[in-house]
Design a binder for this molecule. Structure first.
Ligand SMILES: C[S@@+](CC[C@H](N)C(=O)[O-])C[C@H]1O[C@@H](n2cnc3c(N)ncnc32)[C@H](O)[C@@H]1O
Length: 218
């Protein structure tokens, strides 16, 4: 396992605070995703969000049912922000510090794993998938939503323009897609190789706006 879990400088301090504030403007996206995931989650389900950042998905999901939800993120700042957000929203979600390629939970623990807008940043993608498979219960599902490397620039531009983040943030986000995120992102073929190497045997890859939604089953 590489010593550092993330590519680049990581998301601590002001970067994490900026991200939390900016993505909150798009909270409806997280609400929509949480509602869609809740449709197939039984009461009492155990859910892990890998790399939750400010925790918006996990928190919105917690409002929709009696689930036991944990978030695992490598950024100290994000763990603090997510704990504070959960407190302020009055929901119980456990946010822990940790690395996606060394998930600190027992085998067969979770019914659902979510990993959104984060996988391309991991330095050990196969290790992260192996760990997701290990902690997933038989019959459980892991959902990875991430950027597609071959997304045309125009599609990214149109996507960012409907994000309600303001003109300055939108310009910065477009720049970081071009300069950084597309370079880190994977193709469908890359993902298929990682999935096979990780031991998952059942998966579906659906195209989503500017990205993929990959559902892995145990
Ligand atoms: C762009 S943010 C996405 C946050 C959130 N999932 C969302 O949808 O807004 C990427 C997140 O990945 C986390 N991260 C990067 N490498 C990680 C690793 N190896 N293990 C756990 N978290 C990691 C970062 O700290 C950050 O919270």
């Amino acid at each position: 396992m590489p010593a550092k879990g993330y590519k680049g400088i990581g998301m601590e301090g002001p970067i994490a605070k900026w991200y939390a504030k900016t993505t909150h403007k798009d909270i409806d996206e997280f609400k929509k995703l949480a509602r869609r995931m809740a449709e197939r989650l039984p009461d009492g389900a155990r859910v892990l969000e890998v790399a939750p950042g400010p925790g918006y998905f996990a928190i919105e999901l917690a409002k929709l049912g009696h689930y036991r939800i944990t978030g695992l993120d490598i950024s100290k700042t994000f763990v603090e922000i997510a704990r504070k957000n959960a407190r302020e929203e009055g929901v119980e979600v456990e946010f822990k510090l940790g690395n996606a390629s060394a998930i600190p939970f027992a085998d067969d623990s979770f019914d659902l794993i979510m990993c959104r807008a984060a996988f391309k940043n991991f330095t050990d993608p196969v290790g992260a998938l192996r760990e997701m498979r290990r902690v997933l219960k038989k019959g459980g599902k892991a959902v990875i939503i991430d950027l597609r490397k071959d997304t045309p620039k125009e599609e990214i531009g149109a996507h960012v323009d409907q994000m309600h983040v303001g003109a300055v943030n939108a310009a910065f986000i477009k720049l970081s897609f071009r300069m950084m995120l597309l370079k880190r992102a994977y193709t469908r073929e890359n993902f298929e190789q990682f999935i096979v190497a990780s031991g998952f045997e059942k998966w579906q890859i659906a195209e989503a706006p500017v990205g993929f939604e990959i559902t892995l089953s145990r």
